[in-house]
Design a protein around this ligand. Structure first.
Ligand code: UD1
Length: 434
């Protein structure tokens, strides 16, 4: 098992380049198996979740040619099997996209029930409702979801909540169904649009992605495509808030500033300076005074993303005054608060609300990442804290952040990744940074 050791207190300075969006890539890799022709996907993030999906599709017969760290060619003409039960696939949430993709193309899919970060109950009833509306029979047996159809026929589907996963999954299945499908109350997140754009580049006919009504005309066949994945909104947002929390000045490249507006707006409200360029954003918090408080409620896009909630709460815990953060998407997303309290944060959680009394500083401690985004928030806290912080269970963080410690170190952070058993490496680091 590995851990990060951080010596906090150094403001982040410099430039960082953001990778491709993990959550878009997960949908796009599933979509890639829906054609017999070769697809080339660029700007693929090299993170754990992505590598698990590549392994899973290769296990069922897809030819996966990893050209470089961030590019892959996939040819799925030899897929023999529509059953996916690869051990690691159970651990990732987006395994469910293989269900929509296999059902759409082969009218048959057996996929193990999804896992993913433990941030609350994560049912998939809306996905199943959508598949059934298209004519599939869906059952759960021995931990597997089994979806099968003689024919898939387009339908009118109203989602009870604007679920990202259900919107993408139903889009995958419907784009090779007969006739027209309309998804109402669809999710509008940038990665929903990216998956739809990729499918359209393969010959699908999807209109309205990015609005709450998506219209799909089924096609018989999808074809080859070359596609570059959009930048990761959450990785970018994490660096924005880390720059602010460490009182730094960071220019973040390869971003779409529009996708970051909810985060930018909160930073500006708190008194931080944010400069937007065409494909970069600069966060400057070097004025020397503490940022102010604000209130945040997580919402579906274009609202404030739930995947940035732990990071903004961490920043607010260092800001002046009392802030209220309401989590309205997942009910169990404040598990990191106990860890943050060990570093000196003053946060009281009541139901889905955190009441945060800002403190002047955090002090380093040994903390444990409870999930992916909360893990990134604890690293941010460690970077801002006085003294040394150890963050363990970083396997969660590595599911979604590529070379996190290297990117932070290039910005001036004193941070290393070591094996938890490697006491010598820890000592060497402590001696080096003092
Ligand atoms: C995706 C993202 C995740 C992000 C979340 C919200 C991926 C792989 N993961 O997760 O990082 O935090 O969107 O932006 O893209 N729900 C149901 N029934 C369903 C589906 C969802 O009740 O069938 C509920 C969930 O419990 C949750 C809410 O709807 O409360 C939103 O979930 P959803 O948008 O589906 O999130 P995920 O696709 O799981």
């Amino acid at each position: 098992m590995e851990q990060y050791i951080i010596k906090g207190g150094t403001p982040l300075h410099g430039e960082v380049v953001i990778g491709g969006a993990k959550n878009a890539a997960l949908g796009i890799l599933a979509a890639a198996i829906m054609t017999d022709e070769t697809v080339t996907i660029e700007n693929l993030p090299n993170v754990w979740d992505i590598n698990v999906v590549l392994q899973a599709i290769s296990d069922i017969g897809a030819y996966v040619n990893r050209i470089g760290k961030h590019e892959v060619k996939i040819n799925s003409s030899k897929i023999q099997n529509s059953a996916i039960d690869y051990e690691n696939i159970r651990k990732i949430r987006a395994s469910y996209y293989l269900l929509g993709a296999l059902l759409g193309k082969y009218k048959k899919a057996h996929v193990t029930l999804p896992g993913g970060c433990n941030i609350g109950s994560r049912p998939i009833d809306q996905h199943i409702k959508g598949f059934e509306a298209l004519g599939a029979e869906v059952k759960i047996e021995h931990g597997m979801i089994i979806a099968e159809a003689e024919r898939l026929i387009g339908n009118h589907i109203y989602l009870d909540m604007a679920s990202v996963g259900a919107t993408i999954n139903i889009t995958l299945a419907a784009c090779m169904a007969e006739g027209k499908t309309i998804i109402e109350n669809a999710a509008k997140e940038p990665h929903v649009v990216d998956v739809a754009n990729f499918l359209n580049s393969m010959g699908a006919n999807i209109k309205g992605a990015g609005t709450d009504v998506i219209r799909i005309k089924g096609v018989n066949k999808l074809h080859a495509s070359e596609y570059s994945i959009i930048p990761d909104q959450i990785e970018a947002g994490t660096f924005m808030l880390a720059a602010a929390a460490t009182k730094g000045d960071v220019l973040i490249h390869a971003v779409i500033p529009k996708h970051l507006e909810a985060i930018t707006a909160k930073l500006v409200e708190m008194g931080c300076y944010v400069e937007e360029f065409d494909d970069a954003i600069r966060v400057i918090n070097t004025q020397g005074k503490r940022l102010g408080h604000t209130h945040v409620k997580t919402l579906t896009y274009p609202g404030f993303p739930t995947d940035m909630q732990p990071q903004i709460s961490t920043l607010l815990a260092l800001s002046e005054g009392t802030s209220v953060v309401t989590e309205s998407i997942f009910e169990n997303r404040f598990k990191y608060v106990d860890e943050l309290s060990r570093m000196g944060a003053k946060i009281k959680v009541e139901g889905n609300t955190a009441i945060i009394d800002g403190v002047e500083k955090f002090t380093g401690a040994v903390v444990s990442a409870p999930d992916l985004r909360a893990g990134a928030a604890l690293v941010t806290a460690g970077l801002a804290a006085e003294g040394f912080t150890t963050v363990d269970h970083i396997e969660y963080i590595e599911r979604g952040y590529e070379e996190f410690e290297k990117k932070m170190s290039r910005l001036g952070a004193s941070m290393i990744k070591t094996d938890v058993e490697d006491e010598k490496a820890v000592q060497r680091f402590r001696l080096k940074v003092g």
